[in-house]
Write a protein that binds this ligand. Sequence first.
Ligand SMILES: Cc1cc2nc3c(=O)[nH]c(=O)nc-3n(C[C@H](O)[C@H](O)[C@H](O)COP(=O)(O)OP(=O)(O)OC[C@H]3O[C@@H](n4cnc5c(N)ncnc54)[C@H](O)[C@@H]3O)c2cc1C
Length: 440
Amino acid sequence: MAWNVLILGGGFGGLYAARKLERALPPHAAKVTVVNDVNFMLYTPLLPGAAAGTLEPRHVVVPLREHLDRTDLLLGHVNGADPDRKLVFVTTAEGAERTLSYDHLIVALGSISRALPIPGLREHAVGLKTLSDAIALRNQILQTLERAESVDAEAARRALLTYVFVGAGYAGLEGLAELQDFAADVVDLYPRSRMQGLRFILVEARERVMPEISADLAEFATAELRRRGVEVRTSTTVERISADSVELSDGELVPCRTVAWTAGVRPHPVVEKLGLPLDDAGRIVVDRFCQVEGRPVVWAVGDAAAVPDPARPGQPTPPTCQHALRQGRTVAGNVAAALGAGRPKPFTYKTLGVFVDMGRRKAVAETVGIKWRGFPAWFLARTYHLAMMPGLKRQLRLVVDWTVDLLFGRDASELGQLGHPPALETPGAGGADAAETVRR
Ligand SMILES: Cc1cc2nc3c(=O)[nH]c(=O)nc-3n(C[C@H](O)[C@H](O)[C@H](O)COP(=O)(O)OP(=O)(O)OC[C@H]3O[C@@H](n4cnc5c(N)ncnc54)[C@H](O)[C@@H]3O)c2cc1C
């Protein structure tokens, strides 16, 4: 009888675990199933590029079925689990409640944006974690530019053209840099906005941006942002957010209509319903083989797991895709070993490099102790992501998008109505009720 291996989550950890299991186990030795709530893996390092319109959104995802040969994909939402009975509870895409059993379970459910108890945050801020976040931010920039053209009061126009990003990690820094670059490109099409000028603010609670990179590279990144006119406010927090302003800890009340919240992530909340041991940050406690404490047939990887970091004894690995995908491969090898194929191996990966793409053909990077900045770092970052994107077809799509962007610049159409067709006989330009689009 074939073994039953269940993988929860088809992101970096889950997809790479499934692909490795396909190679590590003899055909028909196991039935491997990935449960994921969408039918693709989001290649997050390229999300800011999709937000800024440099990349077509469909080109920053990897369709799971194209990359899984002998693995079943079940589209559905994981609701919980009972590890004593080796059961997982899922609502399928069709809405059916299903109970799945397993011989081995790999949890790779990732993380969500971490919201702090700041008044107005949940109501008025947008994250930069999902594809819909990225597209919403791009649309928001275009909508505010459009609205600023029709507003006569200067103060109202200024608020529309002010964009506050909170959190200067990967997502915040890259997201702000790419979106500011995008806005600076398209503002030429908006005469009143161009006269008014755009204001971008990056708020960071710590003393410096990007703790993931060395201090001098972080300084370079900060200087580059300031050169572009971005206000970088370190050692500052957001106290309150409303529909038309943000209050900062230094007392300034910034009139603005756009707040992007990129201040960290936390494990997906469903992780709490799996009956597994969690650490203080809510991550599943595993050993260096990614095996869950006290559960020999349950494994966890990626942002949802506290895998001991070989590079920083006593601490878990940081939430990055380079760790998640390698943990996926490690755990697959260990599950295969538990099923009689090969020997178990601990997770030993130490970060080889970090890239922070800052748009405008500039980046900062640190690879095996060598520091890069400016154009060489940008070229290195693009080459790295091109190499890491699974599949030649998708790699070529990236090259085409990047080339088109270099040659023709960016597109300023706001297609927020995509995927939301109006009801039959609803009036309105372009398929959407124009007034409704502007109000959003
Ligand atoms: C904007 C941004 C930029 C980033 N840039 C970098 C970078 O440059 N370099 C780097 O190393 N890291 C980067 N990261 C971090 C990286 O994306 C994560 O660390 C990585 O994706 C974690 O992999 P994972 O497998 O744990 O989770 P994910 O890749 O998030 O996969 C989890 C999967 O589980 C699915 N899922 C979640 N809940 C359920 C449920 N209840 N039921 C079914 N399916 C579910 C999700 O849809 C997803 O497909 C970035 C992150 C962001 C947001």
